[in-house]
Ligand binder design. Structure first.
Ligand SMILES: Cc1ncc(COP(=O)(O)O)c(C=O)c1O
Length: 395
């Protein structure tokens, strides 16, 4: 029997695309390869080297922030963000329920408690209307997250933090290059933490950064990022001769010079890479805006996202069927994150009824491929597959 293109591939029809279109891909070019190769040849491959410091300096200028410290991941940057504060054991940090585990791990590594807060059902960012209710006498900090590279509503969050004298750690893992009211993420909180993991808009394979305008906090980061030693000044000031001091507790969070070089070449093209993502997002939005019962990403007012992820919100009862049907058509769709309380480790912190916004967002969430090297043909296939699957959806 001849199968035509309107029969869904999941039901035995011909798929829109023969091979699977990946959901994310890092953009790495010859400049990146050469930068890595040159550093390997130079033999300076260990941590906090000249290429790392060049990357930090250029990233600070790009963001408009005083201090940038390159780290081995965003997860350790979040650890450092709390380590430098030394809050009393058992103090509480407000963390959105819809986030990656690392946002919660930062406080947990430092013997702090986390209080989960619900998120906006349309974009997964902290629901600021619920923020004041989550604050009590033990609260010391708030950690907003920019889901999908769409900035959290930082003016409201900072205003509430100021009123209650709270520290703000902005988990900007996903939002490099995004802006809010004309300012880049990384400049909107006491400290911010970026990820340069292989899935991120700017990648060094693994990596992250902790950034701040606060000189006092920066001094502590310099020591704690390098196993509690003052090796940074030993490497940079040319005064100490072969000796550096063990000053405090710390961990080994400095990043290799090889990856510093990769950071520099990636940063050179971040605006172009983000623009390519924005073009894809614009195309998806134009093509998918009229589909019944399907919602598109809600962007924070006065924000400019970096389109780290693209998602649609579909009717919850069909979500996993739609996901399977898209994959059968050759379009990799995915679900990420799962609300924290739905994970074994955090399940004691609440149930579905405590987080209606997070559950609503998660229940409909389907992610679609978006990255600079996605071809014209692949973009077209994504849209064709989404339309085909949604118009043939089981009633
Ligand atoms: C919000 C958030 N925070 C932290 C991280 C962890 O980043 P890394 O892998 O660089 O530690 C991620 C990873 O995707 C994330 O999405």
């Amino acid at each position: 029997m001849l199968k035509n293109n309107t029969t869904l591939a999941i039901n035995g029809g011909k798929p829109v695309n023969k091979d699977m279109i990946a959901i994310h891909k890092p953009y790495l070019d010859d400049d990146d390869s050469k930068a890595v190769f040159d550093i390997v040849k130079s033999t300076f491959v260990s941590g906090d080297g000249p290429a790392c410091r060049e990357f930090e300096k250029k990233l600070a200028k790009y963001l408009g922030v005083k201090h940038v410290f390159f780290t081995t991941s965003c997860t350790v940057a979040l650890d450092l963000a709390f380590r430098i504060k030394n809050f009393p054991q058992g103090s509480e940090v407000i963390v959105p329920n819809f986030t990656y585990t690392s946002t919660a791990l930062g406080p947990l590594y430092n013997n702090l408690k986390i209080r989960l807060i619900d998120v906006d059902p349309e974009n997964g960012n902290i629901d600021t209307t619920k923020l004041e209710n989550a604050i009590n006498e033990k609260t010391v900090a708030i950690s907003p997250v920019d889901y999908a590279g769409n900035p959290a509503d930082m003016d409201i969050i900072n205003e509430i933090a100021k009123k209650h004298n709270l520290y703000v750690v902005h988990d900007t893992a996903q939002s490099i290059g995004a802006s809010y009211k004309g300012k880049k993420t990384g400049t909107l909180a006491d400290v911010s933490t970026f990820s340069f993991h292989g899935t991120k808009n700017l990648t060094t394979g693994e990596g992250g950064a902790i950034v701040t305008d606060n000189d006092k906090l920066a001094k502590k980061i310099i020591i704690m990022r390098e196993k509690g030693t003052n090796k940074h000044s030993f490497l940079t000031d040319n005064i100490t001769r072969g000796y550096y001091e063990y000053e405090d507790i710390g961990n080994s969070y400095v990043q290799s010079n090889i990856l510093g070089a990769l950071g520099v070449t990636q940063l050179e093209k971040i605006d172009w890479m983000n623009k390519e993502r924005a073009k894809i997002a614009d195309y998806y939005i134009k093509e998918l805006s009229d589909i019944p019962n399907t919602k598109l990403p809600k962007i924070t007012k006065d924000a400019n996202p970096n389109w780290h992820l693209f998602y649609i919100l579909v009717p919850p009862k069909h979500k996993y069927w739609i996901l399977d049907a898209l994959r059968a058509e050759g379009v990799y769709s995915n679900v990420h994150y799962t609300p924290l309380h739905r994970n074994k480790f955090y399940s004691h912190l609440g149930n579905d009824d405590d987080f209606p916004g997070s559950m609503k967002f998660f229940s409909g969430l389907l992610r679609l491929p978006i990255y600079p090297s996605l071809t014209q043909n692949e973009k077209g296939c994504v849209i064709k597959a989404v339309k085909k699957v949604l118009s043939n959806k089981k009633k």
